[in-house]
Ligand binder design. Structure first.
Ligand code: ACO
Length: 428
């Protein structure tokens, strides 16, 4: 017998079906509630609302579990390559050796972007934030591939758009950095793997061929895997809702990049380092900043702390913290900002305010420290996140289309003026 929840309202009882997920999580299906009772639900920020059923990523915030298609993030980050994980997220299964070879080859054939992209790039001032540039360049792909505007094409054609996207994003991301530095762009080298090719496009110059450090390439591979998907977060939900109007994949992800940019979401990795540097410049008084974060009259928050879903620990942060230690010691880097981060983490974790609210370091707390060690400038950090998140956005968009989901259109509770009469002013 299917379970039901009952809602008692105004002398009537409404039965609401209970939906059970693969990991036994339960949801009340309220989709017919308004038609039956006239009621809508109100849940600002969707804190307690499921927007879809999804088979891509499972996370349990209480127990700190994160799995892509059933595989634990710990295993994938330790053993897989980023393209393998991208394949898993997008197509639902890990690739065979042959499928992976074909996928890598397909991706490597499409890394070049149209030469006219350089003219668009040249139009951006050098001070442009690379996230704004990236979002615009991704949107501009619709102009170079107008057929991609129709998301209802054959699965094979949609797949062509997907492959092209994975192939070109590293080029666009590295070029947004080159624009920032006012350096000539470096063209992709298809003989290199995904991470190596990106690193080379970032750091090489026409006059200097950057020697790729395998430690740097391996750390980047791990970071991209850790960022590859995270179920219905702000940017993934944005991608799905934009795509639900049948907007193209490029347009939907361009919007996702904009959503990721904000400091409460992916932009936190940049904000963390800026905060740690500020604390350092201010004499390194960690207690002062913890007190500021607790003070409700002060807008300051500890960046890199807290998460909508994780209220115990963020499993990605645990992996990244270890990776940060490894990378710094392997590259022989001593970063005073890391000392401040460790102290801040210790003080906050022992503090009642943070304990009571389940506020722990999130993925962004340590990722910036690794990016710094890899030589990536602060305002490129969120671009790195976007590069990692692309397979997740694609998988979310594809699933939403394949499930034929209706257009996303929330309800509201109107609180403005009730009807009033327009009286024309005397227009002298
Ligand atoms: N510093 C101080 N207090 C905090 C912090 C923080 N970083 N985060 C939450 N709180 C407090 C809130 O003030 C609130 O206190 P109250 O109950 O006394 O009012 C309580 O903890 C709950 O916080 P909410 O803002 O209601 O939680 P929400 O789920 O809406 O926000 C968020 C989650 C946005 C991540 C928040 O914790 C935050 O702003 N963190 C800092 C930014 C950050 O690191 N973002 C990256 C998240 S990971 C990612 O997107 C990849």
């Amino acid at each position: 017998m299917t379970k039901k929840a009952e809602l008692h309202y105004d002398g009537k009882v409404y039965e609401l079906p209970i939906i059970t997920g693969a990991e036994n999580e339960k949801a009340i299906d309220i989709s017919k509630l308004r038609g039956q009772s006239g009621l809508v639900t109100l849940d600002k920020g969707f804190k307690n609302t499921g927007s879809c059923e999804s088979a891509i990523t499972f996370l349990n915030g209480e127990e700190g579990i994160l799995r892509y298609r059933g595989y634990s993030i710990e295993d994938l980050a330790e053993k897989a390559t980023f393209l393998e994980v991208a394949f898993l997220l997008i197509y639902g299964e890990l690739p065979t050796a042959e499928e992976l070879d074909n996928f890598k080859e397909d991706v490597s054939k499409h890394t070049l972007v149209h030469e006219d992209v350089r003219s668009i790039l040249d139009g951006f001032p050098s001070k442009s934030h690379p996230m704004g540039v990236l979002s615009s360049l991704v949107s501009s792909l619709t102009a170079f591939y107008p057929k991609s505007l129709d998301p209802n094409r054959s699965a094979e054609e949609v797949n062509g758009t997907i492959i092209r996207f994975i192939a070109k994003l590293p080029t666009l991301a590295a070029w947004s950095f080159k624009n920032r530095m006012r350096q000539p762009v470096i063209y992709p080298d298809n003989s290199l793997d995904y991470c190596e090719n990106f690193i080379r496009m970032m750091f090489s110059l026409p006059t200097v061929n950057y020697e790729i450090n395998p430690v740097v390439a391996a750390a980047l591979n791990k970071l991209l895997i850790l960022h590859a998907d995270h179920e219905q977060n702000c940017s993934a939900a944005t991608v799905r809702i934009v795509g639900s109007s049948h907007a193209s994949l490029y347009a939907s992800v361009s919007a996702g990049i904009a959503a990721l940019w904000g400091p409460l979401h992916g932009g936190a990795n940049q904000a963390v380092i800026e905060m740690l540097e500020e604390i350092k410049a201010d004499g390194g008084d960690v207690d002062k900043y913890v007190a500021k974060a607790k003070d409700k009259s002060d807008p300051f928050r500890l960046m890199g702390f807290g998460h909508r879903v994780y209220k115990n620990f963020d499993p990605r942060a645990t992996i990244i913290k270890k990776a940060a230690d490894d990378v710094l010691s392997e590259l022989g880097i001593e970063d005073p900002v890391l000392d401040i981060a460790m102290e801040l983490e210790k003080v906050a974790l022992e503090d009642e305010y943070f304990k009571a609210r389940g506020l722990y370091p999130n993925v962004d707390f340590y990722s910036g420290i690794i990016y710094r060690a890899l030589g990536i400038p602060t305002d490129m950090f969120t671009v790195m996140f976007a590069l990692g998140r692309l397979p997740g956005w694609i998988a979310q968009w594809k699933e939403m289309r394949e499930n034929n989901e209706p257009i996303g259109r929330p309800r509201q509770v109107y609180t403005g003026a009730t009807q009033r009469k327009y009286v024309a002013i005397d227009k002298r």
